[in-house]
Write a protein that binds this ligand. Structure first.
Ligand code: NAD
Length: 366
């Protein structure tokens, strides 16, 4: 099959880590007989330098005409970079918000997977970790509290701030369907997280999720209150497969879930719309502190490319091949600096490698 992939290299370590992900995709194309055509798209600081704005209309059109977009990361050192002396709507991150909106990317997916070899980085006790965990946080990204009407004004002489949490049933249905679709590709369990004992928006959320669940008889589902979900994530993370939730709860729970896996350099993510289109990027930022040093961990971006194959192109075997190659590299004892063991006695048991070498080692194991 032939696919057009938009490539946003971005700033900082972005170009370095994307190069490795493209290298892995090229190896997959050769092995499985696909054609990946890449189109470079400017976004972030590099776009500001070239065009004066973080994302041009032309760049949006390029992204829209792609089957999927693979992204590195954007932004610079927020204290020292001249990009942050610009007005907020002209700064690098404004490009990211604009592209999410322009492409209607309402579903955010963040896997939290604990690799056997990186267990030491998990802050949870061994008896809680057990054989590890593997969950997917499915967060609604374009509605709820962050997008509702807000105001700060004086009411009866007292300063009063107001934020509004609104969801309509269509917004809930489309993300719920996405959640159940993803569960069908995994262990077929959905935990829908809400605060239905207090919030009307959550009661509607629960009702719509129950309606959607009827179309997925193979998927087991349950409802969980958000306060309990926050506890369960650190008490028994193994119980979760897909966690389906609204914007603010997902914002908080996805960070909690990623924290228990260890390094930011391992965490992939995807933002999807109603079609098969998605924007795939590592969860971390542009890491200006290590940019250009050749030491950044490319695994999160490589795993984001695997997500692209699985969720936008339905190439499950190819995605499995990448994920297994990453597991094998870790098993074989190779680490980038961010996932090196902290203890001196364990450092001798692994080999530290740079960005390019890590990409090569993964390609060798495909
Ligand atoms: P960051 O994620 O870039 O860095 C935090 C720490 O993690 C740093 O020490 C960094 O070296 C390390 N790190 C991150 N990715 C790594 C990798 N792949 N390998 C090894 N180490 C890695 O967060 P920050 O420093 O708060 O932000 C830097 C810039 O990135 C800012 O301009 C911020 O706005 C931007 N940012 C962009 C995105 C995005 O593009 N989606 C996301 C978050 C932050």
């Amino acid at each position: 099959m032939s696919y057009k992939i938009g490539v946003i290299r971005g700033d900082g370590i972005g170009p370095e880590i994307v190069t490795e992900a493209v290298k892995v995709l090229d190896a997959i194309a050769e092995k499985y007989g696909h054609t990946f055509n890449y189109e470079e798209i400017l976004m972030g600081g590099c776009s500001i330098d070239a065009t004066g704005v973080p994302l041009t209309e032309e760049a949006i059109a390029q992204a829209k005409s792609s089957d999927a977009v693979l992204m590195g990361s954007i932004g610079g050192n927020t204290a020292t970079s001249p990009w942050y002396k610009l007005a907020p709507e002209l700064r690098p991150e404004a490009g990211l918000l604009k592209i999410r909106k322009a492409l209607n990317l309402f579903a955010n997916l963040r896997p939290a997977y604990l690799y056997e070899e990186l267990k030491a980085a998990c802050p949870l006790r061994d008896d809680i970790i057990g054989d590890g965990f593997d969950m997917m946080i499915m967060r609604e990204l374009t509605g709820g509290l962050y997008f509702g009407e807000r105001s700060t004004k004086e009411v009866d002489g007292v300063m009063t701030a107001c934020d509004t949490l609104t969801y309509n049933e269509d917004e809930i249905r489309r993300i719920a369907k996405r959640g159940f679709d993803i569960a069908m590709k995994r262990r077929k369990k959905v935990t829908s997280v809400d605060k239905a004992n207090v919030l009307d928006s959550s009661r509607l959320w629960r009702k719509v999720v129950e309606e959607v669940a009827k179309d997925y008889p193979e998927v087991t589902y349950e409802h969980m209150l958000v306060d309990n979900a926050a506890m369960q994530l650190v008490k028994d993370p193994k119980q979760f497969d897909v966690i389906l939730t609204e914007n603010m709860f997902g914002d908080i729970l996805s960070d909690e879930a990623s924290m228990v896996t260890g390094s930011i350099g391992m965490l992939s993510s995807a933002s999807l719309n109603e079609t098969k289109f998605g924007l795939y990027e590592p969860s971390g930022g542009s890491a200006p502190d290590i940019a250009g040093k050749g030491i950044a961990n490319p695994i999160a971006t490589i795993l984001s490319a695997a997500m692209m194959l699985r969720y936008s192109f339905d190439l499950d075997a190819e995605a499995d091949a990448i994920e297994n190659a990453v597991k094998q590299v870790l098993k074989d004892g190779y680490r980038t600096i961010d996932i090196m063991p902290q203890e001196d006695d364990k450092k001798g048991q692994v080999t530290q490698v740079g960005t390019v070498q890590m990409g090569d080692l993964i390609v060798e194991r495909l």
